[in-house]
Ligand binder design. Structure first.
Ligand code: ADP
Ligand code: MG
Length: 247
């Protein structure tokens, strides 16, 4: 399979502190890869840096589907097909889920091909049905009064609507009870089934999520570096021995 995401010697600095210290990884089209690491390992900084978050100073190369995106702004990276879901999504009172997503979807299209409200509603309803999200969801204000599970649903719906090539999911499991976690993972699996080429980089610091998603590769991150790369067996080793086994 082809390589769709290639990160070379990537560094992230926050206020003169180097929190990601030379990470290199390749993702092939359609694969599910997981980065695991304790709190403070630099996982979110890595994800934000890859996305081009303006407050993270980065160094290194990012090639998405053959194109170097390292010097592009976050919105351009998004248009090229990179997606990042947030660990702590913000509330936007007054803006409905549907309006937000229509703006997001249309902002990546050329003038002539922007979807009109009717066409858009058809698309969002299809995706919500696919993901077992009730129709009323689209007229709620973004994240306002959302439960942990609903916030994650919002992220997954956004992923479904934007249809990226590579999606980075940062701690999609945080704040979820076990049933909500299972549902979110089911939704991710549904999207994967629909689009076999979707490439996922899942960031997590605990193993539960990996009972439901079967990763092709597992990377262990400690102190801003990938210290170990392997398969599902690493998850098991981590469960039994903790991160100290990798220090
Ligand atoms: P993880 O996601 O693995 O828990 P982070 O990337 O959030 O780790 O954090 C890595 C390191 O960078 C930590 O030491 C954290 O304190 C520091 N850090 C992250 N964001 C900021 C920030 N905005 N300002 C200062 N330090 C930060
Ligand atoms: Mg984090």
């Amino acid at each position: 399979m082809d390589e769709v995401f290639n990160v070379k010697d990537f560094h992230v600095n926050i206020k003169d502190k180097e929190v990601v210290r030379g990470v290199t990884l390749q993702l092939k089209k359609g694969e599910i890869s997981v980065i695991m690491g304790p709190n403070g390992a630099g996982k979110s900084s890595f994800a934000n840096g890859l996305m081009g978050h303006p407050s993270y100073e980065t160094k290194g190369n990012i090639v998405l589907d053959g194109e170097d995106i390292s010097s592009l702004s976050a919105d351009k990276r998004s248009k090229k097909g990179l997606f990042l879901s947030f660990q702590n999504p913000v509330e936007i009172p007054g803006v409905t889920v549907a309006n937000f997503l229509r703006t997001a979807v249309n902002s990546r299209k050329e003038k002539g091909e922007k979807s009109n409200p009717l066409k858009f509603m058809k698309l969002i309803n299809e995706k919500m049905e696919l993901l077992h999200i009730p129709v009323s969801f689209s007229s709620r204000y973004i994240n306002e009064g959302f439960s942990g599970g609903e916030k994650k649903k919002m992220e997954i719906l956004q992923l479904a609507m934007l249809d990226p090539k590579v999606a980075i999911l940062d701690e999609t499991d945080s704040g979820l009870d076990i049933d909500a976690l299972k549902k979110v993972c089911e939704s991710i699996n549904i999207l994967k089934e629909q689009n076999k080429e979707l490439t996922l980089l899942i960031i997590t610091h605990y193993q539960k999520m990996l009972d439901y998603l079967k990763p092709d590769h597992v990377f262990i991150m400690l102190d801003g570096k990938i210290v170990k790369k392997g398969g599902g067996e690493l998850v098991k080793q981590l469960e039994e021995e903790g991160y100290k086994a990798f220090r």
